[in-house]
Write a protein that binds this ligand. Structure first.
Ligand code: COA
Length: 171
């Protein structure tokens, strides 16, 4: 899309980013998680603007993997304002994040989300990296990985930054 712009988020647009979530996820309150991730040093925040308006947001948290020296990233939340959905904004946020993380030699991106959507975005259902909390059996397909390097991550358990270490976020 010609006037779609994706950049690192600016501090003065954090409130506009937080305000996207109740619109895109009316049944979930992600405000506290998003604020904690925006304030965390190991989290990449990307803003999508269409014609200058903030319309999308992606957060990518750097995580360890138990027993490995090679970090991975956890994508989430990802959100696009309802009026801007189905125009490729989500895809472009994911591709920009993947490019930047690949350049930084991060081996993979993990996600817990809609299997249909993330399957289309190159996230595979088989991952050697386990979620940090037990997932419901019916969520097995929702835990996905996109490999960024020829050498994928080692097997182990994901070690996310503090804002993600709450069991209820994974239930
Ligand atoms: C899910 C979300 C991030 C996608 O962003 P988006 O900008 O609308 O997505 P894109 O336009 O980049 O979509 C790319 C592709 O996925 C498809 N798609 C979009 N939303 C989809 C969904 N919820 N489920 C399945 N496929 C979807 C599009 O049709 C498109 O396919 P195509 O490229 O083959 O035409 C956005 O719709 C959103 O914030 N939704 C609200 C929350 C939500 O439903 N989250 C679920 C994922 S955790």
């Amino acid at each position: 899309m010609a006037d779609l712009q994706i950049t690192a988020s600016l501090p003065d647009e954090h409130e506009a980013l937080v305000a996207l979530y109740p619109e895109a996820f009316p049944e979930e309150d992600l405000t506290a998680l998003v604020r904690a991730l925006l304030a965390h040093g190991d989290v990449m925040s990307l803003t999508a603007r269409l014609a200058g308006q903030v319309v999308g947001h992606a957060l990518l948290s750097l995580c360890g993997v138990s027993g490995s020296d090679h970090p991975v990233a956890l994508l989430g939340p990802l959100c696009v304002a309802p009026q801007a959905q189905h125009q490729g904004v989500g895809r472009q946020l994911i591709e920009t994040g993947a490019d930047r993380l690949a350049e930084a030699e991060i081996r993979a991106i993990l996600v817990l989300g809609d299997p249909e959507y993330y399957g289309r975005m190159g996230f595979d259902a088989v991952s050697p990296v386990e979620a940090p909390y037990p997932l419901k059996p019916e969520w097995a397909e929702a835990w996905r990985m996109r490999t960024l390097q020829v050498q994928g991550p080692a097997a182990g358990v994901l070690e996310p930054p503090a804002p993600w270490r709450q069991a209820e976020l994974w239930r």
